[in-house]
Ligand binder design. Structure first.
Ligand SMILES: [Zn+2]
Length: 142
């Protein structure tokens, strides 16, 4: 049985080298959906407690990315913004690739999966930049 939770976070990003407006620093209100599963329910009739899943997602993604600037590791804006925001060095997140919805989804998948309790399987992570543009990763059906 699946269990899905949804989240919203705000972040700035840019796609350095993009030929259009995505190259400029701008922000999105991202929507994140996380689905987990378990073949059995716990004694309380749950896949897992919503609060425990929300806590895992918060620690894995939201605490890091909400109100942060998400940049590629080699983007020169990273050191520049960190210099200006010296009092919040953790608010510039450097990623192993351009901070596209696809890369954010892949990073979120890795971070969330590592925080799930034993017996809980990550099934799907979806991140939308806008109501009509997003990315998702789903566990392949076996
Ligand atoms: Zn954007």
């Amino acid at each position: 049985m699946d269990l899905t939770t949804s989240y919203v976070f705000d972040a700035a990003h840019r796609i350095a080298g993009h030929p259009g407006k995505c190259a400029w620093l701008h922000g999105h209100t991202y929507h994140l959906d996380v689905t987990v599963s378990s073949p059995t329910l716990n004694p309380l009739g749950m896949v897992m407690d919503f609060d425990d899943l929300r806590d895992a997602v918060r620690k894995a993604v939201l605490d890091l990315w909400d109100h942060a600037t998400l940049l590629a590791a080699d983007d020169p804006l990273g050191p520049a913004i960190s210099a200006v925001q010296r009092d919040a060095p953790d608010r510039v997140i450097l990623l192993p690739g351009h901070p596209t919805a696809e890369v954010l989804t892949r990073e979120a998948w890795t971070r969330i999966e590592s925080r799930l309790p034993a017996g809980i399987t990550l099934e799907r992570v979806a991140i939308s930049e806008t109501p009509s543009c997003g990315s998702a990763i789903s566990r392949p059906k076996t």
